[in-house]
Design a protein around this ligand. Structure first.
Ligand SMILES: [Fe+2]
Length: 128
């Protein structure tokens, strides 16, 4: 899913973006795996969700710091977009913990995260 034109020119951020695309692709593969029992895949789904929650915090912080250092215009708006997304994922994870991790909701989340990533990395992160 990663494309070379997503590069922003920072080795750190580009590496993190590539990692995010790899993880989200894998997440989609796991939640959509046909044939296997959902209960058997659940552990991997949960650990991937946890990884993404923690990795996204590190990545957003690094990206926001880079934008501050290079005085990127619109960095406050960008930080707000990050915060909204982080909150959305956290809200979802909390709901899953309360109501149980059902297959359909996790597939929706995986699709939502991938769409967000493509739009965000492809557009917002390209603004200089
Ligand atoms: Fe960003």
């Amino acid at each position: 899913m990663w494309k070379e034109h997503y590069r922003i020119g920072s080795e750190l951020i580009d590496t993190q973006h590539r990692e995010l695309f790899k993880r989200v692709s894998n997440f989609i593969r796991v939640v959509q795996a046909q044939g296997g029992l959902w209960e058997d895949r659940l552990e991997e789904v949960q650990s991937t969700l946890q990884f993404m929650q923690s990795y996204v915090i590190i990545h957003f912080n690094d990206e926001e710091n880079l934008q501050k250092r290079s005085a990127t215009p619109g960095l406050e708006k960008h930080a707000r977009i990050h915060a909204d997304f982080r909150e959305e994922i956290n809200r979802f994870a909390r709901r899953m913990e309360d109501e149980g991790f059902d297959e359909e909701s996790m597939q929706e989340l995986a699709a939502r995260v991938m769409t967000w990533l493509i739009m965000h990395v492809g557009r917002e992160d390209q603004k200089k």
